[in-house]
Design a protein around this ligand. Structure first.
Ligand code: ADP
Ligand code: MG
Length: 726
């Protein structure tokens, strides 16, 4: 066994759970490290406090002079908690989080040290942004981008650093990050959804989107992780034969959680709670070593920040527990991948969940309005929703047999399907008194009763209604959920605006409000037939059926991202104000570039692993076999074949794999070098058509070699050694 593999395995045998200091009640530590309203109340004067409140609730601008006092208050709080540095925390287009640390303490010319943190450092800061991809927007003429505080997401302390959530924009005001379009989409949805809510309640002034994510991840021992260059470099195993005992036994889901993992989870929960992330559930997932964490839902912008923050801190905490977290969508072949379920709804400032049926026919009509408009929005923009979750990692998952397919469809359950079918038959124009009564009693009056029964039984749907929210399940585990949430808010907001116009037109023509609503909804239901699907989303038949229905099935990231280049898509982004065409082009370029970079790295790493680790081991074994065969020939002479059957067979096979795999790697390296001759789009296409299939072919040979070569000389830690936490 190679030294690295041996040492790594040995290290894991002596692991013990890391002790966690017991904490006080959860409620006592919750948001302990967050500069939330409660702390602002204590550390800010009345005027500044009100100013922040207005910024959060009404989106009002914070004046420069007020920013000074807010900064001073924030600094005092942070220093009282032991913070020494501050950073503007933001989410560049690559999806990761970025920070630039500055010290509170400044050395004066006279040698004295003072604490400094001014209003301008709070609201605006120039990071050295030249290294963040921005798709060509920020060229040399436009100087640098800057970060600016987003008061709707509170500052927090992590370690000894005060982190200030910020947007990242160019000096010309263009979005260079994920948060800016998210905030714009939330405003847009607010405007559209509030206008519609006024049909039902006069007192609604604001609608927020709510998001409750469920984060799946793998844990693997740190030493084993470090023994695998592919995991370190790409986040996934590029080769490795699946273990004999995979998830067939089905004993992992809801099984008992190993002690070491428990200790990690406990600390992660404590740290999350301190940061105001309201984590709640934890359990094992289907695959070995796979787990899930979910918080209580929050306002979407905050929830997106919290998810990004969580992905960041979970890595740090895992290392303390001698684990490495794998957020990749498909770290192990033949084992379930990881996703991030996004539970999404809309809520009024009066506390009404707009996607929840209620006790009165009126509430249910309101529910149907938002429910059906969401369905229509997804129906009309399924390609765009697919593009919002496109990434190199997620390509391994969408369409594999355990994840929703790359086809976007909606599951609503039997009872709601029946309701929609009834509504399809509503008469055109004015309704008779009898029809109105019938609708009231049989359709809208009955929803809460039937909903009790409408538990979600279809886990194969990428977009499912689950009682009082939609659950977007096709999102990848490593994704920044800001992307899909932006698109969802945007398309639903846009749809609600169209709805409002159409209903108002009918009212103008003399229909009653309810009649007008029923009339418009009826047409939407008819127009959305394509996207509604109750069957098995993983089946081959669905793929064929979806094709007939005209639904897209964009299997690779480049195909999906090209949706952003469609004329009507650009217009939608412009019209809603979420991204102008330059910003959208930048987003497209950065995401495409990410894809190309990731795949190029994978190809490079696979080439090296194959030629530097696998082939040398195979040659060593080949030599051993040759020696054995020669020895047998010496002893048995002409008869030797009778005794050398197995070594001869192995030698044949192994020699063939060695030459084949070496040839493939040579070709792969050439093809990768060749990519430099093409532009970004062409590169991406070539990767999909040529490079990716080559990676798979190479893996076939190396995985076959793994099955034949003496375990003693196999250089890489095997799946069975990595996948079961001790
Ligand atoms: P499951 O695994 O069955 O999908 P979980 O309980 O793990 O269920 O997750 C449900 C998620 O849905 C939680 O994060 C929860 O906060 C969230 N959720 C519940 N109601 C809403 C809502 N109105 N808006 C957004 N998310 C919601
Ligand atoms: Mg779920």
């Amino acid at each position: 066994m190679s030294k690295i593999r041996f040492e790594a395995l040995k290290e894991t045998f002596n692991r013990k759970p890391v002790e966690i200091i017991p904490v006080k009640k959860r409620s006592e530590i919750f948001a302990e490290n967050v500069f939330n309203l409660e702390k602002m109340h204590d550390f800010l004067d009345k005027n500044s406090y009100q100013s922040v409140l207005d910024a959060i609730k009404k989106g009002k601008k914070i004046e420069r002079s007020v920013a000074e006092t807010i900064a001073a208050g924030m600094k005092n709080w942070a220093i009282s908690k032991g913070a020494t540095h501050y950073t503007h925390w933001f989410q560049p287009l690559t999806g990761a989080t970025a920070e630039k640390h500055d010290s509170f303490f400044e050395l004066q010319p006279d040698g004295k040290v003072i604490e400094k943190f001014s209003g301008s450092q709070l609201v605006q800061q120039e990071p050295d942004a030249s290294s963040f991809p921005n798709g060509g927007i920020r060229n040399t003429f436009e100087a640098r981008g800057y970060t600016a505080w987003d008061p709707s997401s509170p500052a927090f302390i992590y370690g000894t650093t005060l982190c200030i959530p910020t947007v990242f924009i160019s000096y010309t005001g263009e979005a260079l990050d994920i948060k800016t379009p998210l905030l714009r989409s939330l405003n847009y949805l607010d405007e559209a959804a509030t206008a519609v809510a006024k049909y039902f309640h006069r007192d609604v002034h604001k609608v927020i989107a709510t998001l409750g994510w469920e984060q799946e991840y793998f844990l693997i021992d740190k030493a084993l992780y470090q023994s695998r260059p592919d995991l370190i470099m790409t986040g996934r195993t590029l080769l490795g034969h699946p273990p004999a005992r995979g998830q067939q036994l089905d004993d992992h889901y809801f099984g008992s959680i190993p002690e070491r993992v428990m200790a990690f989870m406990r600390e992660l929960e404590i740290e999350s709670l301190k940061l105001g992330i309201p984590v709640k559930t934890r359990h094992n997932e289907v695959a070995p070593n796979q787990f899930e964490l979910a918080p209580v839902f929050e306002e979407a912008n905050l929830a997106v920040d919290h998810n990004s923050l969580l992905m960041d801190i979970m890595k740090k905490i895992a290392r303390k527990h001698n684990f490495e977290v794998l957020l990749h969508e498909k770290p192990f072949e033949g084992v379930n991948g990881s996703g991030k379920h996004n539970n999404w709804s809309m809520m009024t400032d009066t506390g009404i969940n707009l996607l929840s049926p209620g006790k009165t026919p009126m509430k249910n009509l309101e529910f149907l309005v938002y429910f059906i408009n969401t369905i229509k929005a997804v129906n009309d923009n399924e390609e765009l929703l697919r593009a919002s979750i496109a990434s190199a990692g997620n390509d391994h998952r969408l369409g594999a047999n355990e994840a929703p397919p790359a086809i976007i469809s909606i599951f609503i359950g039997e009872q709601l399907t029946r309701v929609l079918n009834e509504l399809k038959n509503v008469s055109n124009g004015k309704l008779s008194p009898q029809e109105k009564t019938d609708l009231k009693l049989k359709v809208v009056g009955k929803i809460p009763e039937i909903m009790l029964d409408n538990t979600d039984r279809n886990r194969t749907s990428p977009f499912a209604f689950t009682g009082n929210r939609f659950e977007f399940r096709a999102v990848g585990s490593s994704a920044n959920t800001g992307n899909p949430m932006t698109i969802l808010n945007m398309i639903v907001g846009h749809q609600l605006k169209i709805f409002k116009t159409e209903v108002d037109e009918l009212i103008e023509k003399g229909l009653k409000k309810d009649e007008a609503i029923f009339n418009v909804l009826r047409e939407y239901i008819k127009q959305s037939a394509k996207v509604l699907f109750e069957g098995d989303g993983y089946s081959k038949e669905w793929e064929e059926e979806a094709k007939k229905r005209g639904l897209s099935n964009l299997k690779s990231t480049p195909e999906a991202l090209k949706v952003y280049q469609k004329k009507e898509v650009k217009e939608l982004f412009e019209k809603t104000g979420v991204l102008n065409s330059r910003e959208l082009e930048a987003k497209y370029e950065v995401e495409m570039e990410q894809y190309v970079i990731k795949l190029t790295i994978e190809a490079g790493v696979l080439g090296d692993l194959t030629m530097n680790h696998i082939v040398p081991a195979a040659i060593k074994y080949q030599q051993e076999l040759v020696n054995v065969i020669k020895g047998l020939k010496d002893i048995y002479d002409k008869d030797f074949k009778k005794y050398a059957e197995e070594p001869l067979y192995l030698l044949d096979k192994i020699s063939a794999h060695i030459s084949k795999v070496s040839e493939l790697v040579r070709k792969l390296r050439k093809d990768i070098n060749n990519l430099d001759n093409y532009d970004l789009d062409k590169k991406a296409d070539l990767i999909v058509q040529k490079i990716k299939p080559q990676l798979l072919k190479i893996r076939k040979h190396t995985d076959a070699l793994e099955m034949m070569i003496d375990d003693e000389i196999w250089p890489l830690t095997k799946y069975r050694e990595m996948l079961f936490v001790r």
